[in-house]
Design a protein around this ligand. Structure first.
Ligand code: NAD
Ligand code: ZN
Length: 355
C-alpha cells in the first residue's frame, strides 16, 4: 500500500509499505476523509519531536473499517467511523488515573504519525477498536466530522481545562482551527465576553460566528496591554493559548487575573525552555495557574463531540476552507497547511463520499 510519509526532518514523500497486521482487539481502516494538522508541520519541518524515518504522517481521519480482530464486538467491515487522533492504551495506569492521552509515557496516547504509521496511508491500524473508534453518525457532513478527531477535541479541552466561570471573560490567543474550536468550546462552557486574538479576516469571521465578542490584533500592539485596557486593567478569568511562539506565554500570564488558569494547547515546536514573566506572575505568587493537555482521544469523547455537531451546538464545517477530493491530494493539502495562505483555516481531503 502507499502512504505519504516523513522521510526525515524537512522532507516528505510517497512510500510503499506492507498493509498493517492487526491483533485480536484491533481494526484495519481505510481513509474516508483526512486532514493535515499544524502538528504535522512542527513534526516534519521543525523536527519538533526528533527525527523520524519513513513514518506515514497524519492523525486526523474518518474511515471505513476494512477488517477487525476476532475479539472486536461493536465494529465490522464496512462501518464508517470517526478515528480519534489519540488512541490510548486504556488499560495503562495513566488512563486509570484519568490521563489517557499520556498512557505509556508523556504524549504516549499520540501514536499516529508520532511512533506508529499515521492515517495518510491506503490502510491504517487502530489499536483497541472498541475503545478507540466511534460510529460516524448517518448523514453528518464529512467536512464537519473530520474536525472532530483533533480540532474539536483539542480546542474544547483548552476551554474545559481553563475552568471558565459562568459568564467569565476568556481570551483565546491564536485563531487557527484549534483556537477557533476553543472559542466555540468557551462559549459552550458558559463564557460571557470572549476576546479572540488574531488577524486573518476569514478566521475572524468564523471566530465571531463561534462566539467571539471582541477581536484583538496582536500586530497592532502588545496583546496583554490591549486586553488589560479593554478590561479596565482587570484582565480575564481564563486564557487559552492556541498559537504563537514562546513569548505568547508572557502575554497570557500578564493578561490572566488572580485565580485564573492559563490553559495551553499550543505545540511549542522549538527551543529548550519556555519563558515566564517574573513580575506578571507576581514573582511566583500571583495565584495564576497553568494547565496543559494533549487532545483527548477514545470512543466516548468522539461520540460526545459528534453529539455536539449532530444537535447543532456548533458547525465545525465552517473551518473547512479548502476541500480537496482524492487520496493523492493529501500531499497538496499538507503543503497548503505548511504555507498557510491568509484565507486558509483548515484543508480537508475527501477520499470518496460513496464508500
Ligand atoms: P494555526 O497556525 O492555523 O493557528 C495559529 C495562529 O496563531 C496562526 O494564524 C498564527 O499566525 C497565529 N499567531 C502567531 N503569533 C501569534 C500571537 N502572538 N498572538 C496570536 N496569534 C498568533 O495552528 P492550528 O492548526 O490552529 O494549531 C494551533 C497549535 O495547536 C499548533 O501549535 C498545533 O501544533 C497545536 N495542536 C496541539 C494539539 C494538542 O493536543 N495540544 C492538537 C492539535 C494541534
Ligand atoms: Zn493534530
Amino acid at each position: 500500500m502507499k502512504g505519504l510519509a516523513m522521510l526525515r526532518i524537512g522532507e516528505i514523500g510517497w512510500i510503499e509499505k506492507d498493509k498493517p497486521e492487526i491483533g485480536s482487539r484491533d481494526a484495519l481502516v481505510k481513509p474516508l476523509a483526512l486532514a493535515p494538522c499544524t502538528s504535522d508541520i512542527h513534526t516534519v519541518w521543525e523536527g519538533a519531536i526528533g527525527d523520524r524515518h519513513n513514518l506515514i504522517l497524519g492523525h486526523e481521519a474518518l474511515g471505513v473499517v476494512d477488517e477487525v480482530g476476532s475479539e472486536v464486538k461493536d465494529f465490522k467491515p464496512g462501518d464508517r467511523v470517526i478515528v480519534p487522533a489519540i488512541t490510548p492504551d486504556w488499560d495503562d495506569e495513566a488512563a486509570q488515573r484519568g490521563f489517557s492521552s499520556q498512557t505509556t509515557g508523556p504524549l504516549g496516547g499520540w501514536k499516529f504519525s508520532n511512533f506508529k504509521d499515521g492515517v495518510f496511508g491506503e490502510y491504517f491500524h487502530v489499536n483497541l477498536a472498541d475503545a478507540n473508534l466511534a460510529h460516524l453518525p448517518e448523514g453528518m457532513s464529512l467536512e464537519a466530522a473530520v474536525m472532530i478527531p483533533d480540532m474539536l477535541s483539542t480546542g474544547f479541552m483548552g476551554a474545559e481545562n481553563s475552568n471558565i466561570p459562568m459568564g467569565g471573560t476568556v481570551a483565546v490567543l491564536g485563531i487557527g482551527p484549534v483556537g477557533l474550536s476553543a472559542i466555540a468550546g468557551a462559549k459552550l462552557q458558559g463564557a460571557g465576553k470572549i476576546f479572540a486574538v488574531g488577524t486573518r479576516p476569514k478566521a475572524i469571521e468564523v471566530a465571531k460566528e463561534y462566539g467571539a465578542t471582541d477581536i484583538i490584533s496582536y500586530k497592532e500592539g502588545p496583546t496583554d496591554e490591549q486586553i488589560l485596557e479593554a478590561t479596565d486593567g482587570k484582565g480575564v478569568d481564563a486564557v487559552i493559548i492556541a498559537g504563537g511562539g514562546p513569548d505568547i506565554i508572557l502575554d497570557a500570564v500578564r493578561t490572566a487575573k488572580a485565580g485564573s488558569i492559563v490553559s495551553n494547547i499550543n505545540y511549542f515546536g522549538s527551543g529548550e525552555t519556555l519563558p515566564i514573566c517574573r513580575e506578571g506572575w507576581g514573582f511566583g505568587m500571583a495565584d495564576k495557574d497553568f494547565a496543559t493537555g494533549l487532545c483527548p482521544g477514545g470512543r466516548v469523547r468522539m461520540e460526545r463531540l459528534a453529539d455536539i455537531v449532530s444537535y447543532g451546538r456548533m458547525d465545525p464545517g465552517l473551518m473547512a476552507t479548502h476541500v480537496f477530493h482524492g487520496f493523492d491530494k493529501i500531499e497538496e493539502a499538507l503543503l497548503l497547511m505548511k504555507e498557510k495562505p491568509r484565507d486558509l483555516i483548515k484543508p480537508v481531503v475527501i477520499i470518496d463520499e460513496n464508500i
